[in-house]
Ligand binder design. Sequence first.
Ligand SMILES: C[S@@+](CC[C@H](N)C(=O)[O-])C[C@H]1O[C@@H](n2cnc3c(N)ncnc32)[C@H](O)[C@@H]1O
Length: 299
Amino acid sequence: MINPKNKWRRYNSQLGICINEKCEKVITKYLIPNYQGQIQLVFTSPPFPLNRAKKYGNLTGEEYKVWLCDVVKSILPLLTEDGSIVIEIGNAWNSGEPTFSTLPMETLLHIKNECKLFLCQEFIYYNPARLPSPIQYVNIDRIRVKDSFTRVWWLSQSPNPKANNRNVLKQYSKQMKRILDTGEYNAGERPSEHNISETAFCNDNGGAIPSNVIIASNTNSRDPYLVRCKENGLKIHPARMPFEVPKFFINLLTDENDIVLDCFSGSNTTGFCAEKANRRWISIEADKNYYFGSKYRFK
Ligand SMILES: C[S@@+](CC[C@H](N)C(=O)[O-])C[C@H]1O[C@@H](n2cnc3c(N)ncnc32)[C@H](O)[C@@H]1O
């Protein structure tokens, strides 16, 4: 990747670069001059509305919505014509009461409308191992249940961005493998009025087409990133994505050598998955500690 002229802290891998700076600066000073029309996929998980207020000033509510929308607007010129933006926004609860905030949903809708993007598909990222939260309402008062999924929106400037679901096939179920082996299946019309024909059902297409629910937990305590952060006394990123999520979208929406960008890269799960999949990548993280920790993914 092109090295920035600015003296920002950064590290390179064979295929990517991670920069320790606020993304707003990096987008205008480095990405716009060097990468217009070249990014195939922006995959990112921005800071959640309420956490951001604690750490980076007072951007909550309307201000958060406008800030994130401005960041997305600023990256649009970087995208290829058939490129995609995939955004996951964590859930938030209204302060002081057991009610769910609609801010993440409103922010996604605001981004879609303001940036004139198409919503290609909505995904759910379901983490069955998520710890009970909010603790007060779930564990103590026992008036809410565990909050364990977030929304992931796949947006694009075109209604037909590059995508290929053949690259994300899942293993066939035992039942399906039996059908493929024996050729025996229940033909005919289903209650849903789908008519299951031989051509649709008895072909081995190399795997099953996945749904838009991605089930993944972050429970791998032997991840070298975790081990090395602990050894070196660095704070482990609290909102790491499981590899399955970026990996799925990288495979679905890009080809080898395409460029993947994450402007809120945290522990750089996105860059790591892109590198493994032979994609070029650019990651940006404002927090020095998370940036330093993310280097361990590449050593
Ligand atoms: C939800 S986390 C991303 C986690 C990441 N997907 C991972 O797997 O580790 C959001 C990150 O955005 C960073 N951040 C917040 N504001 C930023 C900004 N203006 N520019 C760049 N990074 C920022 C935070 O420090 C945080 O690490």
